[in-house]
Write a protein that binds this ligand. Structure first.
Ligand code: SF4
Ligand code: SF4
Length: 284
């Protein structure tokens, strides 16, 4: 039963990869859609497919820090952090609210969501420069703050509330509102734009030092959407099968997403637990 399901998943992954490759090639040679943002989007989606397809191989794991680093350097420091995934989220909500000018953010978010269903939340674990920035600042420590099962549940409720409030605020404001207060932009541009930045920038830097990816787990609306997707029965996710309770994989998971014989919703498909050489963690 599990094998049939895995074969079925594998076929869908290949179909998605071929479709995105065809789209990327078509866009690159097309005169009509030959814009930097659309080519960039196609390339990103293609990379997401390639990572998703090769997730189970050991070689790709060595490239994760390099991919995250390149994403942070290019999208963060070179491009100046704009547009980031938070801008796309805002555009997505505004498009849903009727503003069709934001069709590119809408298509971007829908594509990431669909590919996350097919490949798992590879976006967060491998490509998002906001996640990369927090990950590179983090220093492993003995306290394991906000990692218990109970605190992860509470964080999920806080993130749900943030998502609802942000969504409603965007619909009422009818324009992107996060950008002015975005601490990530201030960090990559080495400039604080308003008084809010004097609070949020140090808060983000300090919390990221002691807590693994605090923004992803408390505030990010895309992270919340990807968490929720994991509750769909057909979404690709990690699962523990025939666990011997040796707990070797626990040490590798900074999210503390591995709880006894279950993988919690916070798993971002980073694949670090694969370094424990345990065959019990499988993709389903
Ligand atoms: S949760 Fe948000 S900020 Fe974190 S990696 Fe995912 S999209 Fe990026
Ligand atoms: S269980 Fe933890 S270490 Fe493994 S892929 Fe998920 S977040 Fe990464």
């Amino acid at each position: 039963m599990l094998d049939t399901r895995n074969n079925y998943h594998q076929i869908i992954k290949w179909i998605a990869t071929v479709a995105i490759t065809t789209l990327t090639v078509t866009v690159c040679f097309s005169q009509t859609y030959h814009t930097q943002s659309i080519i960039g989007l196609c390339m990103t989606l293609l990379l997401l497919c390639v990572i998703g397809l090769s997730f189970n191989t050991k070689t790709i794991q060595h490239f994760r820090p390099i991919i995250l680093f390149c994403s942070l350097i290019y999208f963060g420091f070179i491009v100046g952090g704009c547009p980031c995934i938070l801008f796309y989220f805002q555009g997505f909500i505004l498009f849903v609210a009727g503003n069709t000018a934001f069709w590119i953010p809408f298509v971007t978010i829908i594509s990431i969501l669909i590919l996350s269903v097919i490949f798992g939340p590879v976006w967060c674990g491998w490509l998002c420069w906001l996640g990369a920035l927090q990950e590179f600042i983090f220093k492993q420590n003995k306290w394991k703050i906000l990692s218990s099962k109970k605190s992860q549940k509470i964080l999920f409720y806080i993130q749900t509330l943030t998502f609802v409030v942000l969504g409603l605020w965007l619909m009422i404001a009818q324009r992107p509102i996060i950008c002015t207060y975005d601490p990530f932009i201030s960090i990559v541009r080495l400039k604080i734009f308003n008084w809010v930045g004097y609070i949020t920038v140090p808060l983000l830097l300090l919390s990221s030092l002691f807590i693994y990816r605090p923004f992803c787990r408390i505030i990010c609306p895309i992270g919340w959407l990807l968490f929720v997707l994991k509750y769909l029965p057909f979404t690709t996710k990690l699962k523990i099968s025939r666990c011997t309770d040796c707990k070797k994989c626990h040490a590798h998971c900074h999210f503390n997403a591995i709880q006894k014989d279950k993988i919690f919703h916070t798993c971002n498909f980073c694949g670090e637990c694969k370094k424990a050489n345990c065959n019990s963690i499988i993709i389903q």
